[in-house]
Design a protein around this ligand. Sequence first.
Ligand code: GAR
Length: 202
Amino acid sequence: MLNLGILISGRGSNMEAILDAIKKDKIPINPALIISDVSDARGLHIAKRLGVPAEVIPSAGSRAEYDTMILDALRRYEVTPQNGLVCLAGFMRILGSEFVAKYKNKILNIHPSLLPAFPGLYSQKQALEYGAKVSGCSVHIVDSGVDTGPVIMQAAVPVDVNDTVESLSDKILSKEHIIYPQAVELFARGKIRITGRRVIIS
Ligand code: GAR
């Protein structure tokens, strides 16, 4: 069975959705470690309640030095490139290209827009300001760019005239909680194949 590492920076609601789904749907993956770069992240309390080991690795040093600390922790909990999956769930740091190369096609991210639209920060605000009529979320493979890797799943929501950043974020978040666990399940069951930019789901 694969070992799962989840990296968070805050609320941890996607992490919770994944952990709940693993239990409820018997997804064949072992939640091995939660890592937070923020010491008082709400997600850490959830990890504790659910009995999943958690470590705080506060932001420090260069990107390469920080990445080495994360890699060490993943190794200690046996979330290796061979038998592991790393999920970024609201983790607000960017992983360096060496890290990404080491875990090639083994790192997933959830992003609150329909990529390639509105990458980076404040995606819901970007969508509103752009005047998009539809937005949503994307689960994608992490490559060395920012929100540029192959897309595994997406879900759309309508953008209404009365939407605020908060209301749009809430609508998108509820879809995130559906598609991220689904993508983890597909990965855990070996149903994802990547050819170039295309993710083929069997
Ligand atoms: C989610 O909306 C996620 O899509 C977003 O941060 C939020 C984390 O919420 N991620 C990004 O913007 C990454 N670029 P959570 O901590 O409750 O899962």
